[in-house]
Design a protein around this ligand. Structure first.
Ligand SMILES: *[C@@H]1O[C@H](CO)[C@@H](O)[C@H](O)[C@H]1NC(C)=O
Ligand SMILES: *[C@@H]1O[C@H](CO)[C@@H](O)[C@H](O)[C@H]1NC(C)=O
Length: 338
């Protein structure tokens, strides 16, 4: 990295660097030659500071916008690093993007560039949401999932305030509709129970162009189908309309909706009315083998005649797994069933 802006480094002043070297408080990405006690200007990234007091801040410690942008790009490129387990990568980017946001808010920066940075931070949280949910079977990952969702929500709310501010000067981001839709999709699974009721009030506060956008209509329809158990429409809409990031947010819920669809079929079907798995796997947008896995997890027996595998309703052994095991790795894939 070269150039005048980059000479500023990713932020930590020499005091922070020296202190973190002494305390061995260096992330793997910040170490010189893997030495846990040695970092450099170009490797260290300013840490999030929990106890910041407005009086104790030196102006020179606050990174200007171009440096924050550069820092964000640097962090973003680490996201793909396969050298370390994802939890390590996530932990680092999670903390350092918080620090980036902290520097933005101390300076009260609200403009297109600041919004761009926030949108990228949220994108990081959404991609992490998907990756962490895939490995959520152990409790460590599930507390990470929770912390990640919490920060994502905070970022979204700050971003919406920023959108609101730039609307006053007749500016807007071309990603607004999609980012507003994330907030709606996050209400799936009712992780945030109190907020579910307030959604209709929330819609009424939004600009009409946002409420009418295809991204918002998609998110609201998906949420409604999820609550009503309209699984056919749910999967059709996801296949036809979800953006990559919307899909990341919805993915952790797909197996739950599939299992509920099976429960519905088990309950409402006739004993002799078999559902061939090939057909079911089309509707539920899942590979047949993975559907078989899911049936097994639910305690369902699969009947076979010749090459045809089918699921017969009215099986008393059926039970909805709670929480639904996420370890089986059954996820929608755009390539598979569209
Ligand atoms: C990270 O990997 C994904 C998929 O492999 C790719 O689409 C994306 O462009 C990569 N991002 C960066 C910053 O290299
Ligand atoms: C599946 O159907 C059987 C037979 O009607 C019923 O006893 C069982 O409770 C059903 N399972 C669920 C989870 O609805």
């Amino acid at each position: 990295r070269t150039g005048s802006v980059l000479e500023l480094t990713f932020g930590p002043n020499s005091t922070e660097r020296a202190q973190r070297e002494r305390l061995r408080d260096l992330a793997v990405f910040e170490r010189v030659c893997s030495d846990p006690m040695r970092t450099s200007r170009s490797l260290a990234v300013k840490k999030f500071c929990r106890t910041i007091s407005s009086t104790g801040i030196q102006a020179s410690d606050i990174r200007p916008l171009p440096v924050l942008r550069e820092t964000m790009d640097y962090l973003w490129h680490l996201l793909n690093s396969s050298e370390y387990p994802f939890e390590i990568v996530h932990d680092f980017i999670f903390d350092r993007t918080r620090s980036v946001r902290q520097d933005l808010s101390i300076q009260n920066l609200v403009n297109d560039q600041a919004i761009g940075i926030y949108e990228d931070v949220i994108k990081f949280h959404i991609l992490s949401h998907q990756r962490l949910a895939r490995s959520c079977q152990d409790s460590d990952a599930s507390s990470l999932c929770y912390l990640n969702t919490e920060q994502m929500m905070k970022c979204l709310l700050s971003l919406f305030d920023m959108y609101h501010t730039i609307h006053k000067i007749n500016s807007q981001s071309n990603k607004e509709a999609e980012y507003y839709s994330f907030f709606v999709l996050l209400h799936m699974g009712c992780k945030i129970p109190k907020m579910a009721n307030s959604l209709s009030f929330w819609y009424s506060q939004l600009p009409a162009s946002i409420v009418r956008s295809k991204e918002m209509i998609f998110a609201r329809t998906i949420l409604r189908c999820y609550h009503l158990g309209n699984f056919k429409r749910f999967f059709c809409m996801i296949a036809d309309e979800a953006t990559e990031l919307q899909l990341c947010l919805v993915e952790p819920f797909l197996n739950e909706v599939r299992a509920r669809a099976l429960m519905y079929l088990n309950h409402s079907g006739y004993k002799l009315q078999h559902h061939p798995l090939t057909h079911l796997s089309d509707i539920l947008m899942i590979e047949e083998l993975e559907l078989e896995d899911l049936c097994r997890i639910c305690g369902l027996e699969i009947s076979r005649s010749g090459d045809t595998k089918a699921f017969a309703p009215k099986q008393t052994t059926f039970s909805l797994p709670t929480p639904l095991s996420k370890s089986s790795g059954i996820y929608i894939s755009r390539e598979i069933k569209r």
